[in-house]
Design a binder for this molecule. Structure first.
Ligand code: 5RP
Length: 223
């Protein structure tokens, strides 16, 4: 069994009968959704809230009952992957382009679990490029602003080399920062820019990180 599957299956154990569960996006969350699909087949009663078209399609194939974020009072637990987790448990997400819906779902969840392999545990955030989701209209203006601030922006492209478009209909600029010394300061600045819809800094959010090592799974209860 690969490490992503190990952490996905471990996280599925946290899901209990009757829960409303936020279903993350990405190659690790894939295994969580597969594991939940198997449990649903055996009688587990849950309702899922998906964070992307990809995850929605997967969950539908597995007959996991789904509901729109609009139609839940709250989500009991969201389980998602992450691109980086720092030593103080701040995260970068959005490598898979689903950051906006992922943050909306996480912000409305009682508990958040991230599932990662140990290569994603870092001292300081920033080696992984920081995704910033922006409105398409006039996007080059924000690109130039990021350039002028030496934030090393790169417009994300799809496989056809066209501008990548998120499920929300926006573009993504990835900032190649190498190291983010003050994530809160950067998040506040990005939050204040017109045209920025969301960014991939997921701060003070995660409750439990499940880390996969080659032969073991480690559970870190953070807050
Ligand atoms: C998608 C995400 C993913 O959770 C993140 O990119 C991790 O993905 P993977 O498990 O494939 O490495 O934030 O927007």
């Amino acid at each position: 069994m690969n490490v992503k599957q190990m952490v996905g299956e471990k996280a599925a154990e946290y899901v209990k009968d009757g829960m409303v569960v936020g279903l993350g996006t990405g190659s690790t969350a894939y295994y969580l959704v597969e594991a939940l699909g198997k449990r649903v087949e055996k009688g587990l009663t849950i309702t899922g809230v998906t964070t992307s078209t990809r995850t929605k399609e997967q969950a539908e194939t597995l007959n996991i009952p789904l509901v729109d974020l609009n139609d839940v009072a709250k989500i009991d637990l969201t389980i998602d992957g992450s691109d980086e987790v720092s030593e103080n448990y701040q995260g970068i997400k959005g490598g898979g382009g689903a950051l906006l819906f992922e943050k909306l779902v996480a912000n409305n969840s009682e508990k958040v679990i991230w599932i990662v392999d140990d290569s994603k545990m870092v001292k300081t955030l920033g080696t992984f490029p920081l995704p910033v989701e922006i409105v398409a209209f006039g996007y080059k203006q924000l690109f130039r602003l990021f350039e002028s601030k030496n934030l090393h922006p790169e417009l994300r492209l799809n496989e056809s080399k066209k501008n990548y478009v998120t499920d929300g209909g926006h573009y993504i600029i990835d900032l190649h920062l190498e190291s983010i010394e003050n994530p809160h300061e950067l998040a506040t600045w990005l939050d204040g820019l017109t045209g920025v819809v969301e960014h991939g800094l997921f701060l003070d959010m995660v409750n439990t990180v499940i880390v996969g090592h080659e032969n073991a799974v480690e559970v870190l209860d953070v807050r």
